[in-house]
Ligand binder design. Structure first.
Ligand code: ATP
Ligand code: MG
Ligand code: FE
Length: 389
């Protein structure tokens, strides 16, 4: 069961060869981070052009590192959505041509399911006893913040989307706040590194209750603790409010000068690293406190919603994936909370947290076993959803 996975949904061109959904023989990622950093966000046209430039060499490299030939493959898997239409099309068009050319079946994979399988594949690699089901999965990245209840019957997985952001994704809030504070792009690693130097309780950011949309979408609560119909909590997120609160704080506390100093320093020295003392020296105590408080609030909100949903839906374990799952405070606090509740929690290793193709090949494995192949009509679905609501 050798599957070549291809991923091009956003700003990473990636290819990987994975055996039986668990053993990554290669995992190659060409990131466009540096390119988009100049614009402070992903520029779709540039992304497509870079994917076009990179897809052939990245696949070649993945095949070479895995020491296999196209003939050895059992299937070609590719991300069909969600993501940028033009970016997705590059991977899909290439995968279709390859699958047709070498006569191997094609499998379309949902990028969000890929993120979840990044965790599951590593659990399989470590030959751990599989986590008990159902699992509560938090997928949290620059474009997504979703909670899924994940179950497996036979080899196939099914998902129920029990929470999602109503505005910005958590990673997007990290990126926007970092930009606002004159830090580098993407913002996550900068805020992560600097937060440890500040006081997380200095600025008490609040997250308001989000209207119970979950009920309108017909989610039922199987547990005794379930709230009566039509009221009670949702497991939705909102991260645009805290971004505005940070902006307001910056404006009322006269922080412009230090922000400008960091922008100038970063422009002068692109090698400046988040963890460097030089960077910390550019941040006054008030800035460090603001960064620490922002992260404390965001991670706290992710944690509360995730564990509340895990309890209501009777989840037997928690998995967290996506770029923000690389966050050190998030990992520490999720582990502590899970231990307190006696629930297992799992994260992908750092290289599988952000976008990659090993997770796409891993998510394709159950589909391969089930013979769930795509035809030549496979196309890009930018707004593709995962599971039922
Ligand atoms: P998509 O949302 O479609 O999956 P993406 O490229 O935005 O695509 P990823 O590559 O999975 O998602 O993750 C990138 C995001 O993760 C960025 O928003 C980045 O700031 C955030 N991130 C990366 N490292 C950290 C960290 N240590 N702490 C917090 N956020 C982080
Ligand atoms: Mg990315
Ligand atoms: Fe992603």
């Amino acid at each position: 069961g050798l599957i070549l996975g291809i991923e091009s949904s956003c700003d990473e061109t990636a290819a990987a060869v994975v055996r039986a959904g668990s053993d990554a023989l290669s995992n190659v990622v060409a990131s466009q981070m540096a390119l988009h950093a100049n614009y402070g966000g992903v520029v779709p046209e540039l992304a497509s052009r870079e994917h076009l430039r990179n897809v052939v060499p990245v696949v070649r490299e993945a095949m070479a590192r895995a020491r296999v030939t196209f003939d050895d493959l059992d299937a070609v898997a590719v991300t069909e959505g969600p993501g940028l239409a033009g970016a997705l099309l590059v991977g899909i068009t290439y995968a279709k041509a390859l699958s047709f050319g070498v006569g191997k079946p094609l499998i379309g994979v949902n990028h969000l399911e890929g993120h979840i399988h990044a965790v599951l594949m590593e659990a399989r690699q470590r030959a751990e006893a599989p986590m008990e089901l159902p699992l509560l999965a938090l997928v949290v990245s620059g474009g997504h913040t979703h909670l899924y209840l994940a179950r497996q019957s036979g080899e196939s997985w099914s998902y129920r989307n029990v929470g999602r952001t109503v505005d910005d994704a958590a990673g997007e809030a990290y990126d926007k706040v970092a930009k606002l504070l004159g830090l580098g792009y993407p913002g996550g690693p900068w805020i992560d590194a600097l937060a440890v130097r500040g006081n997380p309780r200095a600025v008490p950011f609040q997250f308001g209750q989000i209207k119970p949309r979950a009920h309108r979408e017909g989610i039922s609560f199987p547990n005794k603790k379930a709230p009566p119909k039509g009221e009670g909590p949702t497991f939705d997120f909102s991260f645009s409010g805290i971004k505005t609160a940070v902006l307001r704080y910056v404006e009322t506390h006269h922080m412009r000068e230090s922000i400008e100093a960091r922008r100038v320093a970063l422009a002068a020295d692109p090698e400046l690293r988040p963890k460097s003392d030089a960077m910390a020296a550019l941040c006054d105590a008030r800035t460090l406190d603001l960064i620490a408080s922002f992260q404390y609030a965001v991670v706290g909100n992710l944690l509360r919603q995730t564990f509340a949903a895990a309890e209501v839906f009777g989840a037997r374990g928690v998995v967290v994936s996506g770029g923000v799952a690389a966050n050190s405070e998030l990992r520490r606090r999720f582990k502590a909370e899970a231990d307190k509740r006696g629930l297992p929690v799992a994260f992908p290793s750092l290289s599988l947290s952000t976008d990659n193709a090993a997770m796409i090949a891993a998510a394709a494995w159950p589909k391969f076993v089930a013979g769930d192949f795509a035809g030549e009509e496979l196309g890009a679905t930018p707004q593709l959803r995962l599971g039922s609501v």
